[in-house]
Design a protein around this ligand. Structure first.
Ligand SMILES: [Zn+2]
Length: 291
């Protein structure tokens, strides 16, 4: 369905510390003109230009999405991207005074709250849409992970995610299909937090990452389940994985209509399927050409 581009009515601010580096960060969402898209700008680096939040600027990383341009990098953009895409905010300059957004509670809720408070306004230009054509598939190298995309009869974005880490994992298998709308994003996905296994958290800390993160800041799973925290939904993990997909798919810079089916997919596969789909997609006949 055709819609107009949207931006913020007023600036919004989020403060906190970055999960990766532990740095104190102030992030500002600023309204932007039609066709600006989403861009991140490091205000702590003198003269650094905005980095478009597009696939072309993505750099390979483990378990997160990072973008870079001319030596300026922003790590872990995915939950901010999910908040903006989830609310269909298409044009926004995101300024931050450090290397990564504030982690909040590991979900997108801390951004959603401030963005809704700032208000969203429609602009006059239509939003570009990519329509998935045919069938596409990318697979992970080792773990059997996979993501496919195919056309949907109804013009909408549908994401089915299956999470299964095996019988010995403290995270039980979960399967969920989500048909995108901003309303359902806010109520069903935005609250879902990042999760890690205790062993992974310890390995990251040994490398000097995430040293400020506690079991209260996100979900850490030990052998007996969540440590020092309570799940917000029994299937919070799969909801978070779909939230990550929404954020990663937004790197296309346009809406996308199709059915994605993911099995244990992470950020790298999410980027790969987007690249493949973009190479084969057609523009919606009601829309302008996608650049
Ligand atoms: Zn995530």
């Amino acid at each position: 369905m055709m819609r107009q581009q949207r931006t913020l009515d007023r600036p919004a601010t989020v403060q906190g510390f970055g999960f990766l580096t532990g740095a104190d960060i102030t992030l500002r969402f600023l309204p932007a003109a039609e066709d600006h898209g989403i861009a991140f700008q490091r205000t702590d680096l003198a003269g650094s230009e905005p980095i478009p939040a597009r696939l072309d600027y993505v750099v390979p990383r483990q378990r997160r999405t990072a973008i870079t341009r001319n030596g300026a990098t922003v790590e872990m953009v995915e939950h901010v991207m999910a908040a903006l895409a989830g609310l269909q905010i298409d044009n926004c300059l995101v300024q931050l005074d450090g290397p990564e957004p504030p982690g909040g509670d590991g979900s997108s809720l801390h951004c959603i709250t401030e963005l809704l408070d700032a208000g969203i306004v429609e602009q006059s230009a239509p939003r570009d849409i990519l329509v998935v054509q045919g069938e596409h598939r990318v697979t992970g190298e080792r773990d059997g992970s996979e993501i496919t995309a195919q056309a949907v009869p109804r013009r909408t974005l549908v994401i089915t995610y299956e999470l299964d880490y095996g019988p010995r994992s403290p995270i039980r298998p979960q399967l969920l299909t989500f048909e995108f709308s901003p309303e359902l994003f806010v109520t069903n996905l935005a609250f879902a937090r990042t999760f890690v296994l205790e062993a992974e958290a310890q390995a990251l800390k040994a490398q000097g990452y995430g040293t400020r993160v506690t079991a209260q800041d996100l979900l850490i799973f030990g052998s007996q389940g969540v440590i020092g925290n309570e799940l917000r939904a029994v299937d919070e993990c799969v909801r978070h994985k779909i939230l990550d997909c929404v954020g990663d798919f937004a790197l296309l810079g346009c809406d996308i209509h199709g059915h994605f089916r993911a099995y244990r997919s992470g950020h790298a596969l999410n980027h790969a399927i987007c690249r493949q789909v973009a190479a084969h997609a057609i523009q919606d006949e009601s829309q302008r050409r996608v650049a």
